[in-house]
Design a protein around this ligand. Structure first.
Ligand SMILES: Cc1cc2nc3c(=O)[nH]c(=O)nc-3n(C[C@H](O)[C@H](O)[C@H](O)COP(=O)(O)OP(=O)(O)OC[C@H]3O[C@@H](n4cnc5c(N)ncnc54)[C@H](O)[C@@H]3O)c2cc1C
Length: 397
């Protein structure tokens, strides 16, 4: 049986980044993933799953040397963020207001993962097990035995970065609280008549928001974008069954005029759920990213929270090693949970408040929320304090 300091289950965006940051501390790491990411070619269609990553997340990707490759492939910077319900209360956040050149980047999940894997292959102290699947975890007093389909590994610490349906979480008996939002999100990649833009925007409706995320490059029509359409599940099921040209007509009716003309390239849908693990670590098992928390994706914070988990864990373990402590001891690992739980909970609750607030049908509530957005834009003291602070927080600054 091979021995490792850490066995990371899940080589997605969060797990792969964590493997690299733990290897930076000199630890011997195994990374286990069931599906290898497809290689990149320049003529390849955009991945349907894209993420808005914050400036702090970009800095983490730089720290693990994955950023320059990702940027060279495809990453679209955005400088402005527009939100509104009524056009009259349109509010725009601008990178200039917080003295940055951009607010973040729209990246394809698969390319982000692939850029991390290129770095993983260069590390002597990371061993990749792929394709491999988790079959069992035996938690012992010191360490844990991890059974994969084709091998058995011994780890001082098992890290579950295996996403929302985490087997690691289930096998280690960590419960969750959460609920279904009764909504789904439809992701639609389109060609746009407008060329590549520097803005991402979201308009709120009682049935859920519609959002625009710019993608990089030139298309026959002009540019590219990813659209997100939040709605009741039945409606998303109906929209998903339409042909691309029928869907195009529905989009042009439902989305704001500023979208311009579009042509649908690809589409897919995801149910929205909120889930929070009751504990982030238990007897040599620790959870990161979506395995620990899934959040309503409305403000595009899911993977950014996962990256904050990764940094917090690296920091806690580095401090323990420097202080001569046993880094995998439960007292050390509980510091990671203390560092992350409140921040994750705050973001999850803020998203829920936005979700509930903007879907409330009462005209009084509608008036109040539009007044709030308008005030953020027009009242100088609110503009320079609350708005810019919220912006800096969302960017991870
Ligand atoms: C519609 C939608 C839009 C979103 N938009 C944004 C956004 O704009 N910005 C943002 O920050 N976040 C966004 N998110 C959230 C973001 O996608 C997730 O937070 C992110 O993917 C979590 O990354 P992860 O690595 O923790 O988990 P995952 O991406 O789920 O990766 C888990 C990995 O583990 C592997 N795995 C699972 N089980 C096993 C097993 N048993 N054995 C081996 N390997 C296994 C999987 O194959 C996968 O590679 C969005 C989510 C949705 C649904």
């Amino acid at each position: 049986m091979e021995h490792f300091d850490c066995v990371v289950i899940g080589g997605g965006m969060v797990g792969a980044t964590s493997a690299l940051t733990l290897a930076q501390l000199g630890l011997k790491v195994a990374l286990v993933e069931q599906f290898p990411p497809k290689e990149f070619t320049a003529d390849q269609a955009f991945d349907l799953r894209v993420s808005a990553i914050s400036l702090a997340s970009k800095n983490l990707l730089k720290q693990v040397d994955a950023w320059s490759q990702l940027k060279q492939w495809r990453a679209c910077p955005y400088k402005r963020l527009g939100v509104w319900e009524d056009e009259s209360a349109y509010t725009e956040f601008n990178a200039d207001d917080i003295e940055q050149s951009s607010l973040g980047y729209i990246v394809e999940n698969r390319l982000l993962q692939l850029s991390l894997w290129e770095q993983i292959e260069l590390q002597d102290n990371i061993q990749l097990f792929c394709p491999e699947n988790l079959e069992g975890i035996e938690q012992r007093e010191v360490g844990a035995v991890v059974t994969l389909t084709n091998s058995k590994l011994l780890a001082k610490l098992v890290i579950g970065a295996d996403g929302a349906q985490s087997k690691v979480r289930q096998m280690s008996g960590i419960g969750t609280t959460g609920w279904d939002y009764q909504q789904s999100a439809m992701l639609i990649n389109v060609e746009t008549s407008l060329p590549q833009q520097d803005i991402t925007w979201q308009q709120f409706f009682p049935t859920g928001p519609v959002a625009f995320l710019p993608l990089s490059g030139k298309s026959e029509l002009g540019g590219y974008a990813s659209l997100v359409w939040y709605h009741q599940r039945d409606e998303i099921t109906r929209l998903s069954a339409l042909s691309n040209s029928q869907l195009q007509q529905e989009i042009l009716k439902a989305f704001p005029l500023r979208l311009g003309n579009i042509k649908v390239i690809s589409k897919g849908s995801f149910p929205l759920t909120r889930r929070h693990a009751n504990s982030y670590q238990h007897k040599r098992v620790l959870l990161l990213g979506d395995a620990a928390h899934t959040i309503c994706p409305m403000a595009g914070q899911g993977v950014n929270l996962g990256f904050k988990d990764v940094l917090a864990l690296q920091h806690v373990i580095a401090e323990a090693i420097n202080a001569g402590e046993v880094w995998h001891d439960e007292t050390v690992l509980s510091r990671y949970e203390r560092a992350r739980r409140q921040d994750n909970l705050l973001m999850m609750s803020t998203m829920d408040a936005l979700y509930v607030g903007f879907s409330h049908p009462s005209p009084i509530v509608k008036g109040l929320r539009n007044l709030g957005l308008l005030a953020l834009n027009k009242v100088p003291v609110l503009n320079s304090t609350i708005k810019n602070k919220a912006l800096a927080y969302a960017c991870g600054l």
